[in-house]
Design a binder for this molecule. Structure first.
Ligand code: NI
Length: 176
């Protein structure tokens, strides 16, 4: 196993649309080794998820923590199941030490293949739905900063000091 180098914002591979993995290739040593190395890398950096383009491989593969377990998604398809949006503060291993608030559909259907080629078909809500959407965006060259409320963008140190800027005015008003 290896810890892989993570592409940082500005690297062109993060903006490419990744290609599907043919299902018959999922069991190949190359794909299995990539999954193993991505898993190792995700743990090393204590992330919630990692998409293959972030480790410089432009294929539709994600490793993430879902329902409190590590999970592999290959060629995922997301269908929003509600117009209701959920706002959370997101970060990304490819945008080091930044945070920002992002609104995303609060409930989705996720269809994909797992590391054995078995079909995944789940309905997800709240934080699980958010993580899946964030990671799958990477497969289309989209980064959370494209979708965020830019007035909430913060360096991690300032975020830890002040909290999310979209709620700061509310909190300060409440304290007065
Ligand atoms: Ni990310």
């Amino acid at each position: 196993m290896a810890i892989l180098k993570i592409a940082q914002l500005g690297h062109p591979i993060l903006r490419q649309v990744a290609v599907p993995i043919p299902p018959e290739r999922i069991g190949s040593p190359e794909v299995q080794e990539l999954i193993s190395n991505m898993s190792h890398t995700l743990h090393e950096y204590d992330g919630a998820g990692l998409a293959a383009p972030q480790v410089h491989v432009s294929v539709r593969l994600v490793v993430l923590i879902l329902l409190d377990e590590e999970c592999v998604l290959i060629n995922p398809i997301i269908t929003p199941l509600t117009d209701e949006l959920i706002r959370t503060v997101e970060g990304c291993l490819s945008v080091t030490n930044m945070r920002a608030a992002v609104d995303r559909p609060a409930k989705i259907r996720l269809q994909a293949l797992d590391e054995t080629g078995a079909e995944v078909d789940l309905e997800l809500e709240d934080f699980d739905a958010v993580v899946v959407q964030h990671e799958c965006d990477h497969l289309d060259g989209i980064i959370y900063v494209d979708r965020c409320d830019t007035t909430t963008l913060a360096f991690l140190g300032e975020y830890r000091r002040w909290g999310s800027l979209d709620t700061l005015a509310e909190r300060m008003a409440a304290e007065e």
